[in-house]
Design a protein around this ligand. Structure first.
Ligand SMILES: [Zn+2]
Length: 109
């Protein structure tokens, strides 16, 4: 049996993912200029932001034991906001598909 089958990694979670997705949804909600919101672009934004922020792995069973200090949380939240903001701009400027392929052409510049 392989190592990966010998142990249960099911509860190993990257909390950064939850925080980035929450922040992405929040920023897109108030995003004023037209932007493609197709699945490809949204998932791209999430991946890009997640590659910028420090991973925040925890074992979900022991979740409450793994709490960062208030200061860490504050600077972490800021890094998430910045990473998400930059990812949105990046994907907007350079979507992984033709802008013409996006639904409608409202995003045309
Ligand atoms: Zn798109």
């Amino acid at each position: 049996m392989a190592f990966i089958d010998d142990y249960n990694f099911e509860y190993l979670k990257n909390e950064a993912e939850t925080l980035v997705l929450k922040e992405l949804s929040r920023q897109l909600e108030v995003y004023s200029t037209p932007i493609c919101r197709c699945n490809d672009c949204i998932v791209d934004m999430a991946a890009m932001a997640l590659n910028k922020v420090k991973p925040l792995y925890r074992v979900s069973l022991l979740g409450s034991f793994y709490t960062a200090s208030a200061m860490d949380e504050k600077s972490y939240a800021r890094s998430v906001r910045e990473a998400v903001f930059n990812a949105i701009e990046q994907v907007k400027k350079n979507p992984s598909h033709d802008t013409a392929a996006a639904a409608g052409d409202e995003a045309a510049e």
